[in-house]
Design a protein around this ligand. Structure first.
Ligand SMILES: *Cc1c(COP(=O)(O)O)cnc(C)c1O
Length: 395
């Protein structure tokens, strides 16, 4: 008998050497992001700038990869939701103007924002004064964007009080207003092009306001309103800049018009088969045995589950791609694994890779398909993926 004890403390750590593609991972195509930005920019009004919205770690794609490639494609500004997201981009050496879309309301946060050369979104006169004070004590102008509410009822100055407040804000010497913007609430709805839709009314309200306020043209204040859906509605929504998220990642915000946008999904979600078994007819699969085989069934156990961000409500509703063929997921999705019916396959084995999202040959599965199946939206699907899934840039 060998009673030799292993001293684990003296063993080298191999953690950094684990292959990121050994279990489940997300492949991100930088080229697709770059191409999508170019493609979308070709639809823009002359001189209209493109802000790449990279909040929530670039909609789950890896904000660094997305930002760098969006800039290659011609994006001139970046949008993030939080201070931390902005600081992270600066730490990667990204120099483009960055707008924080969420509201910073404490002196401390606004000071950190200033020190990292990030622009806050300002929705109150109080925040303007704080920014002006920060600018003053640093002998500098604090660059920021003002937001007005035209119908979202989220952030922004009240539209009807803005004119008055803007006149005072302009007189503050230590802030530089770099943008005035608003946000659309219903641009992705089917009726958005209808002249009486709330989206058109929001645009008109914004235009009316811009007519009243006294903007000095020499100051180069960027006016912006449109998200992805707003951008697609037409050039009268473009103003000086658009703020694009979803469609830059390759998905149409309006599910029915994907074809004429020529966008390329940039994300491929993949997982490895770690086990294969065959069960007889009439055997239950996974928690609750909600799936019972109706024939002798070959199952692949896939190493991905809801702790990776796969919504459990998709159990039994999704398909996966392997070698250009579709296979049905069966039984409840578990925390870390799920089962797939591979009875009809002769080329799937332990170590095979299956594709959950993305395309291969003529087969393609998108977050829009998943969203439809679980009463969600593609935005939510994309940003539900957890950090347990390594992001791997493929080109
Ligand atoms: C997230 C966000 C966007 C981008 O929206 P998409 O629909 O993904 O294009 C634009 N503007 C603001 C203020 C946002 O919060």
């Amino acid at each position: 008998m060998n009673n030799r004890k292993i001293n684990f403390d003296t063993l080298p750590s191999f953690e950094g050497e684990i292959d990121p593609t050994q279990r489940a991972w997300i492949e991100v195509s930088g080229k697709a992001i770059e191409a999508n930005v170019r493609q979308l920019r070709s639809k823009l009004k002359n001189n209209c700038e493109f802000m790449a919205v990279v909040k929530a770690d670039g909609y789950g794609h890896d904000a660094k990869v997305v930002s760098e490639n969006a800039i290659k494609g011609g994006a001139s500004q970046l949008g993030v939701a939080t201070l931390k997201e902005g600081i992270k981009l600066r730490s990667f050496g990204i120099n483009a103007p960055i707008l924080v879309l969420g509201n910073l309301y404490t002196k401390k946060d606004l000071l950190i924002c200033f020190r990292n050369n990030l622009m806050p979104t300002v929705s109150t006169f109080r925040e303007c004064l704080i920014c002006n004070n920060i600018g003053k004590s640093n002998n500098f102008k604090f660059s920021l964007h003002l937001k007005v509410d035209t119908g979202m009822s989220r952030l922004g100055f009240e539209c009807d009080q803005f004119n008055q407040q803007f006149n005072i804000i302009k007189s503050l010497e230590n802030i530089a207003v770099k943008g005035i913007y608003s946000h659309l609430a219903c641009a992705d709805e089917k009726n958005a092009l209808n002249p009486k839709s709330s989206t058109q009314l929001q645009k008109e309200k914004f235009q009316e306001l811009l007519k009243i306020i006294d903007i000095d043209n020499t100051e180069n204040i960027k006016i912006h309103l449109a998200n992805s859906a707003g951008m697609i509605l037409g050039k009268d929504f473009h103003f000086d800049m658009v703020r694009v998220g979803l469609s830059m990642y390759g998905y149409s915000p309006l599910a029915n018009i994907n074809e004429n946008l020529f966008l390329k999904p940039a994300l491929f979600l993949k997982a490895k088969v770690t086990f294969v078994r065959t069960i007889e007819k009439g055997i239950g699969v996974s928690y609750g045995n909600k799936f019972v085989s109706d024939r002798k069934t070959k199952l692949a156990v896939l190493s991905i589950g809801y702790a990776d961000g796969i919504i459990r409500n998709l159990s039994g509703k999704i398909s996966l791609i392997h070698n250009k063929k579709l296979y049905t997921q069966v039984g409840s999705i578990t925390m870390d694994q799920m089962m797939v019916d591979i009875t009809d396959s002769n080329d799937i084995e332990v170590g095979s890779t299956m594709l959950l999202l993305g395309s291969e040959g003529d087969k393609s599965i998108s977050p829009i398909d998943w969203a439809d199946k679980c009463n969600s939206i593609p935005w939510e699907i994309l940003c539900s993926f957890k950090n347990r899934l390594p992001r791997v840039q493929v080109d």
